[in-house]
Write a protein of this length. Structure first.
Length: 198
């Protein structure tokens, strides 16, 4: 499987090897601020960076009925646990249509939440960090051997590793939304300060 994959892949011609692309769509009652916080916590807890300035784009458009459309784009990255010459990258895009406010009852309390259609999209890929390879005191002298014996042999393992991590993120978001996990947090003072969305 790895030989077939690498036979059609060249880090020179195509420096990005896609590991996963998906989106989570949800249309019901939710809480945008807490969803934003959940994703931010997942990023930090799983070793992705940067810690700051991960937000590449933020846009919001509100119509006369005070219903909003929201766009938030993040780009994050980290090195593989097993080899520094593999960089893992991920784009996370929030897109919310018809975002509005709504009060809900939870355990006898009236809480503020949101309604709308929310989509969280993810695109995850591997980049080959040739600078790290060039710094290696042994491998830098054998570039051909490295590509064929090490890089090509291991690329499929790294693709699977990033794939699993991306779908762990997907499962985290799905469980949070489908189990209405945000409801128990609405009346609790957040431990961390709120981020861009408020």
């Amino acid at each position: 499987m790895a030989k077939h994959l690498v036979g059609t892949y060249s880090h020179k011609l195509e420096p990005r090897l896609v590991a996963a692309t998906f989106s989570v769509k949800y249309r019901d009652i939710f809480h945008m601020k807490n969803l934003y916080k959940l994703v931010h916590e997942w990023v930090l807890e799983n070793g992705w960076g940067p810690d700051k300035d991960l937000e590449k784009f933020y846009g919001q458009k509100t119509d006369q009925s005070k219903s909003s459309e929201l766009w938030i784009w993040w780009e994050i990255g980290k090195k593989s646990k097993h080899a520094s010459y593999y960089n893992y990258k991920m784009k996370i895009k929030f897109h919310v249509i018809g975002l509005g406010n709504k009060e809900v009852m939870h355990e006898g309390k009236k809480l503020k939440a949101n309604t709308g259609e929310c989509e969280v999209g993810v695109h995850a890929w591997i980049e080959f960090n040739e600078n790290e390879w060039g710094k290696h005191k042994f491998l830098k002298h054998f570039p051909g051997i490295f590509r064929k014996r090490i890089f090509e042999a291991n690329i499929e393992d790294h693709k699977r590793e990033l794939y699993r991590e991306a779908y762990n993120f997907q499962g985290t978001v799905k469980r949070y939304l489908n189990m209405k996990g945000f409801l128990s947090e609405l009346d609790i003072e957040p431990f961390h300060p709120s981020y861009s969305w408020h």
